[in-house]
Design a protein around this ligand. Sequence first.
Ligand code: AMP
Length: 596
Amino acid sequence: MSRVLGIDLGTTNTVVAVFDGGRANIIPDLSGNRTTPSIVAFTENGQRLVGFAARNQQITNPENTIYSVKRFMGRRHKEVSHEEKIVPYTILGKPEEFVQIKAGKRKYMPQEIAAMLLRTMKETAEAHLDEDITEAVITVPAYFDESQRKATKDAGEIAGLKVERIINEPTAAALAYGLQARESKQIIVFDFGGGTFDICAIKIEDGNFRVLSVNGNTRLGGDDFDQRIIDIVADDFRRKHRVDLRHDPMALQRLKEAAEKAKTDLSQRLETQIMLPFISIDGRGAKHLEFTLTRETFVSVCIDLFDELRSCCQQVRLGSGLWGRSIADVVMVGGSTRIPKVQEIAKEVFEVEQLQKAINPDEVVGLGAAVLGGVLQGDLHDIRLMDVTAHSLGVELQRDKVGMLIPKNTPIPCHKKRVFSTPQDEQTSVPIRVLEGESKLASANRTLALFQLRGIPKLPRGVPQIMVTFAMDANGILYVAAKDEATGKHQDIEISEGVGLDKTEIERLRKTAAEFDKMDARQETVVDLRNHGEQVLAELAEWFAFNRKLMPKRTEIQIASALDKLRNRVKGRDTAAIRSALKRLDRVVLPLRKAG
Ligand code: AMP
């Protein structure tokens, strides 16, 4: 089997890794960055930017710069009212419809935006490995539901990747961690990133990774802490100057960046300053923002968010029975685990003195995805994953009741059969509403899909026996099949709600994405590429002068020749030639830069 990439598609950052030479390795981009901002922007002159280029222009183009797209994946408009308020771009669609995002002159499904990020990661990997890559493992929060998983898988396919597996982020982290120390143990993975929170108890034994219990919140992340800071600072500014900065997209973007920085500062210190000169101008002149934020205030304005974290942790402690000495490690994953109060909660609930922070929290999920890639490409043996469903699955019964099919924390893959009949005489079709959630009331759960069983023979009520099989695959994606018990005939199932994109839509979006790529290629002018080449040359020349004496002679010659080649090529106008010189340089230099 060819190589299978591991991609951690994060709310804030995306990471790509591959299993190679007996270990999982992060693949850096051409400039050596190991993580890429999960940001896509559309500029006024019709250009599309991805990653750092998109982030660099965010302040001046907030309405067309799409970040945190993960929060909208597989969501209907009515489900994202909170998220919609905190992003400066426009969300479209009727309440019941899946979200669409307005940017530039078009509207996009969140899957399309995510596909642009995934495609960039695919290209980064292809340039680095110098081969075509078509397969990937993509990570999702354990608490993602069915339609969020399906949307992520669709995004991979729109990006031209066959998604071999969707794996839960904490399970991926456990894989990367468990491979380092092979002995049997029980661990907690505390995964808290920019937009989602997962908490998971995992037993590792003889290469088996068995998830015991999972909990979390897909709408709780670092962004929410930033928003609380934005609100107290903006309220204070409004009181002093009678101007609400939240109504000015450019000021708001500056404030958002300052709020995130203040939050990260407070992970180190007890107090920080937010200073934004010339944040607003009116008839009376320019206004400057100055605000002192203490860690104590930060914790107090976010207290309900911390309470929610604590309550999810308590559920996992209860579900797994793990605490204190029965836990080998509480592995901290994701940028938001750097917040001291978050660490305090993890220690308090699981009654441990120390947390495992030695693994890079930004890279471990991507590395774990690559480990699973290693298993799938046949390079790693004796590793088995046993994950569980994060949510209960049922069907709607009469009087707003739920008929449970698959309870939460059931190991996957799994399937469940249930016989349905007709409530009225001579009824030829029956609707089946599949629900996801923990409420006993059908109406309080989320509708995953609405199916119509059609072609039922005309018989008295209760006589037809239709066996419906609900199967959840290892990716946490649901499949439904129905069979008439009397005739053994497979029944038609018509899906009228839910489930996201079908094959033709994915194919259409894949073609549209490819069009975009062609446009990008045209827009990537010779000038851009020359500038990039010159920048790389400037950076590397200094590094090479300093380090060349320490290198083996052969390596020194290789690098000198790759630098010469690029130096010559950036003088010309052949974009393919410049790109190939960059790739060559990348191949000879990166292993050394990584090593030291
Ligand atoms: P991730 O999705 O794992 O990349 O996490 C990104 C989130 O971690 C963002 O909300 C960051 O603001 C947050 N983050 C990164 N570093 C820190 C830090 N030192 N203190 C608090 N939050 C942080």
